[in-house]
Design a protein around this ligand. Structure first.
Ligand SMILES: [Zn+2]
Ligand SMILES: [Zn+2]
Length: 342
């Protein structure tokens, strides 16, 4: 068995699988890319050919246009495919609709590349499938012990309690347009909120793709300032950039909420003028990262991006060899959008 560092290499374009002849989530245009999910830092335009799950391709088409997906090849999860000199399987990552881990087997060595992932339940996507492996390549967005995400159902409970308490106001929840938005809607439905949910226009197209892919979201209505009287007592979802600007302030006495793993950091909530911070994340928290590494029992773990030092230290104490790849060009999607708005 050749050590995976001989055939899987971090290059400036991204992680390169030499015997397969493809990059995983390349951040620059390449000939052949395997894309884990449709968030903009992982699914870039301009590749010669793209392999991804059918749902990821549908989402990429909606975001990047049909032209960007001319040579996209759909591969359903759990279906092995020979690519060059490797066997490749996509397995659900539980992050957003279509998100997948990339499982590569070469020379009797199995490598699992997580992409972004979480272990908490999400009614809008398939749950993470643990695959024991020789090398686990993981994200580490929230890899600090301070990041422990509470149950999302409890955060939704806090939102609904606030709506009940301030019935004359409009609750505006900032959320990223792919994944977080649809998960919030599904969580609200599961909590019994069957009234229409109002959407900022920027959130509508991807909700449509989710519904086309079989995720039921219930009654959705456009949120326009013209219809502000209808929004009183209701819940409006909007991208973080719209929440931060005057759009949200023109609604009736808005209660500004934000759904993000970063809402654990009080200072972030305060800076954004967020009255009701909801700690809801689509990334694994500290406990999930560590539990997943233990469950997969890989003797070696590489960390693609995020806060790698604490995680590498913690797994080192348990006898697991860690390596920071320091790949550039990836960020948390909540962060990316907040920065774009700043
Ligand atoms: Zn992501
Ligand atoms: Zn990411």
């Amino acid at each position: 068995m050749a050590h995976p560092s001989r055939w899987l290499k971090p290059l400036p374009q991204g992680l390169w699988c030499e015997p397969g002849g493809f990059f995983i989530d390349p951040t620059r245009a390449v000939d052949r890319a395997v894309v884990t999910h449709a968030h903009s830092d992982h699914a870039r335009p301009g590749h010669g050919a793209v392999l991804a799950t059918p749902a990821t391709i549908a989402l990429m088409r909606a975001r990047l246009g049909a032209e960007a997906c001319r040579s996209c090849q759909p591969l359903p999860t759990g279906t092995p495919l020979h690519v060059g000199d490797v066997e490749l399987v996509l397995q659900p990552a539980g992050h957003v609709l279509g998100s997948a881990q990339v499982v590569i087997t070469h020379d009797n060595c199995r490598v699992v590349i997580s992409g972004d992932y979480k272990r908490a339940a999400d009614p809008t996507c398939d749950a993470f499938v643990p695959v024991p492996c020789d090398l686990f390549v993981t994200e580490a967005t929230f890899a600090l012990p301070v990041f422990r995400h509470p149950p999302a159902t409890a955060e939704i409970g806090r939102l609904l309690a606030s709506v009940a308490l301030f019935g004359e106001r409009t609750h505006v929840v900032g959320c990223y347009s792919l994944g977080k938005c649809q998960r919030l809607i599904a969580l609200l439905r599961a909590a019994g909120w069957d009234r229409p949910i109002f959407l900022h226009g920027a959130l509508v197209p991807l909700c449509r793709v989710y519904e086309e892919q079989g995720v039921r979201l219930g009654p959705l209505r456009p949120a326009t300032v013209a219809a502000r009287a209808d929004l009183v007592g209701g819940i409006v979802l909007a991208p973080p950039s719209a929440v931060a600007d005057r759009w949200a302030r023109r609604l009736a006495e808005p209660v500004i909420a934000m759904a993000s793993g970063w809402m654990r950091v009080r200072q972030r909530a305060r800076q954004g003028g967020v009255e009701l911070p909801l700690v809801i994340s689509d990334h694994a928290d500290w406990d999930e990262l560590n539990a997943t590494i233990d469950e997969l029992a890989a003797p070696e773990v590489w960390v693609t991006h995020g806060r790698e030092e604490a995680l590498i230290h913690a797994i080192g104490l348990r006898g697991v060899k860690g390596r920071a790849l320091g790949l550039l060009g990836y960020g948390d999607e909540d962060d990316t959008e907040a920065e774009a708005a700043a």
